[in-house]
Design a protein. Structure first.
Length: 169
């Protein structure tokens, strides 16, 4: 990445020492990991839209922008809701990327800490280099329950939103 920045004329960055830049690195890793999965879901959603609807819209004089806003996005709304909510659920469960980058700690100033990584540290974090968090199974259990409750609330929101979008059709 620093090589690409140098080509463009931007100075090299120390990506894993600044908390803001750490978040960018972790986000890019997660986007790279999930891009193919979500792309396949969107392709399946697009292929389920009847092509005759597009033909009818074009015959009625709708341009590309009108077709996108009045036809494609409303018909893709269940797919968009599903992807947004499953992406949020996956975001709450981020563990691997900061674990690999920082070896079980949250990095400098805990800039890369996530709920799952914090729970791992409170569980005793095998191989963790962060000695600032002492093992505490009570805190680890509370973090697990908070994550569980958030995931249940997100799943309920997903069910309600999908049910409402199917009713509109």
């Amino acid at each position: 990445m620093n090589h690409l920045l140098k080509i463009v004329g931007i100075p090299a960055q120390n990506w894993l020492s600044n908390p803001w830049e750490m978040k960018i690195v972790i986000a890019l890793m997660i986007i790279w990991r999930g891009f193919g999965y979500f792309l396949i879901i969107f392709m399946a959603g697009m292929s389920s839209i009847d092509q005759s609807l597009y033909e009818a819209a074009r015959m009625d004089g709708a341009g590309p922008r009108r077709i996108l806003w009045s036809l494609t996005l409303p018909l893709l709304s269940p797919t968009i809701i599903f992807v947004a909510l499953t992406g949020t659920i996956a975001g709450l469960q981020i563990f691997t990327e900061p674990q690999i980058l920082f070896g079980g700690s949250g990095g400098p100033n805990n800039g890369g800490i996530t709920m799952m990584l914090l729970q791992y540290q409170y569980l005793g974090g095998v191989g963790s280099t962060d000695l600032s968090v002492q093992p505490n199974l009570g805190f680890a259990a509370v973090i697990g329950w908070v994550i569980f409750i958030l995931l249940v609330l997100i799943a309920l929101a997903n069910t309600r939103l999908l049910r409402n979008s199917w009713r509109e059709k």
